[in-house]
Ligand binder design. Structure first.
Ligand SMILES: Nc1ncnc2c1ncn2[C@@H]1O[C@H](COP(=O)(O)OP(=O)(O)O)[C@@H](O)[C@H]1O
Ligand SMILES: [Mg+2]
Length: 227
């Protein structure tokens, strides 16, 4: 598939960016793609810890100009890898200040930037997305309602928003990311396991739940990763 850059955003802490990033890397690896993971949550690099042994992974600080330069250079140096960027809470400031560094090099990199924006049910999730879309106008943006926070219909604020209309007019999709049972997500987080490792090592019941979730996540990601 195209060697896109997938940026997992959401800006807020705790909305599910790390879990969506893990699902994205897992999905790409299942497709046989080589993946370059860029972890920008330098204070809590949870995805990096779970994936550094299974894929190429770098820690980069996107709050500084230097981090964005590094991202561009990494993208250039690995033309055969799909790039997945896990962002940290409050990275929006860095995006507004330095995102243009990446934005302006996409043509030369011959890569498309695809943003998967994870939302909970609160208003600030939407305000931050608006800010992001203004800072990086070149990105395709899809919105993932994180099912961890409730059923699709409960995301009333987003579902009825003008922003949703804008996202969809621009060709973005709105999808619902599946909820994984707490005891299994707790396993993955506390043991710093990748999905692929957990699906081999957890007890049978946990593995069955993980396989169900992985399959649901795959269906959702297929809708937003192949445009
Ligand atoms: N879809 C989901 N299914 C199960 N648990 C989830 C899901 N999304 C988030 N969580 C839980 O919420 C917490 C925060 O998720 P995380 O991915 O670390 O958020 P972020 O990276 O945005 O801070 C984690 O403890 C995780 O277990
Ligand atoms: Mg995180």
């Amino acid at each position: 598939m195209a060697k896109n850059i997938y940026l997992i955003g959401g800006s807020k802490g705790g909305v599910g960016k790390s879990l969506v990033t893990m699902a994205t890397v897992d999905y790409l690896q299942e497709l046989g793609e080589s993946v370059l993971l860029i972890e920008s949550d330098t204070t809590n690099p949870d995805v990096w810890k779970a994936y550094k042994d299974g894929t190429e992974a770098e820690l980069v600080n996107l709050d500084e100009a230097d981090g964005w330069i590094q991202v561009v250079n990494l993208c250039e140096s690995k033309p055969d890898s799909v790039v997945v960027i896990n962002t940290a809470a409050r990275n929006n400031k860095g995006v507004s200040a330095y995102g243009e560094t990446l934005n302006s090099t996409l043509v030369e990199l011959k890569r498309k930037l695809v943003t998967l924006w994870v939302v909970n049910r609160q208003r600030d999730s939407l305000e931050l997305l608006k800010e992001y879309m203004e800072a990086i106008p070149n990105s395709a943006v899809h919105v993932l309602r994180n099912g961890y926070f409730g059923e699709e219909r409960k995301f009333e604020l987003y579902n009825g928003s003008k922003l949703r209309a804008v996202v969809e007019e621009r060709g973005g999709r709105s999808v619902t990311f599946p909820d994984l049972a707490d005891r299994v997500s707790d396993d993955i987080y506390s043991k710093r396991m990748s999905v692929a490792v957990a699906i081999k090592e957890l007890p049978l019941g946990n593995r069955a739940e993980l396989a169900r979730w992985r399959n649901e996540a795959k269906k959702v990601l297929r809708e937003v990763m192949h445009d």
